[in-house]
Design a protein around this ligand. Structure first.
Ligand code: GLN
Length: 280
């Protein structure tokens, strides 16, 4: 079968299974598989594919038609200015989370020197993106999942940041190494009972550990704020991603833990998503 034939076959299967962008997905999967850009695929529709490639493509389409996210199928996701390795052990980096990076770059000039901690680092995308932009920052990432630490370490190597970053498999409760100028976190903040209403691709495939914020959605945020309060230097900043309806409660928790609220930012969907605070 040629490129055009297999692309259409894949796309039609995805379409029949109500996948949102069947042709685009089919193209991405094929171009990944044969290791050639989309341009090659479009310019060479009649090129005959090896049977090994056809078999592997069919397997990927089978997984995609069940809703498995493209990022897990191709093991990569763009975030900020870099490409990160991802697998089912980590949340797929979201564009909305880039707000944190944007704000960090606004607050701290190029030559500043800071110690940064990322709580619940997952793929490492937040911490590593910040380090890549600021050559004098040193970073520590912690995560309760050992498997996610394997991924963040891999990404640190891939981005040549291993010499300025350290990742620990630890619950924030048991972590007491260092004092930080800046703490960032995208903690799990979805209410337990709302998990089932998330997009099927999310709820069926992404790690619950990275999404589940307990019964009221605040159980991990509370913990992150109270622990951050001990790990942060005086006048240090805490930048958090939060759920669209969590602003007022999170402000309250922050104030109680001795933080001053600098500002709340909205994401691309116009939802409150990011809160910047400073430790008094
Ligand atoms: N923004 C993510 C989602 O809606 C949730 C991330 C999180 O809980 N930290 O899928």
């Amino acid at each position: 079968m040629n490129i055009e034939g297999i692309l259409n076959k894949g796309a039609n299967i995805l379409k029949a299974n109500k996948i949102a962008n069947p042709f685009l997905d089919s193209e991405i999967l094929l171009s990944e598989l044969i290791n050639k850009g989309k341009k090659h695929i479009i310019l060479n529709p009649k090129e005959i594919l090896k049977s090994e490639h056809l078999n592997r493509f069919n397997k990927l389409i089978k997984r995609r038609k069940k809703g498995e996210p493209i990022a897990y199928l191709i093991n990569k996701k763009e975030f900020w200015k870099n490409e990160f390795y991802v697998n089912k052990d980590v949340l797929i980096p979201r564009p909305d989370t880039e707000l944190i990076i944007e704000q960090v770059l606004k607050i701290y000039p190029k030559n500043s020197q800071l110690q940064v901690l990322d709580i619940g680092t997952g793929s490492g995308c937040i911490l590593l993106s910040i380090l890549k932009e600021r050559a004098n920052f040193y970073g520590t990432g912690i995560d309760i999942s050992q498997k996610s630490i394997n991924v963040s370490n891999f990404n640190a190597k891939k981005l040549k940041l291993s010499n300025r970053s350290k990742f620990y498999n630890s619950d924030v409760d048991n972590f007491a190494i260092g004092k930080y100028d800046l703490i960032v976190s995208n903690p799990p903040y979805i209410e337990l009972l709302n998990l089932k209403y998330l997009d099927k691709d999310v709820v069926n495939f992404e790690p619950k550990l990275a999404l589940n914020g307990g019964l009221d959605g605040f159980s991990k945020i509370r913990k992150v704020i109270s622990k951050a309060s001990n790990l942060i230097k005086k006048n240090g900043k805490l930048i958090l991603e939060i759920g669209f309806n969590q602003k007022n409660e999170v402000k309250k928790i922050l104030k109680k833990e001795g933080f001053y609220i600098n500002k709340v930012l909205k994401d691309y969907g116009n939802n409150d998503r990011c809160i910047i605070s400073t430790k008094n």
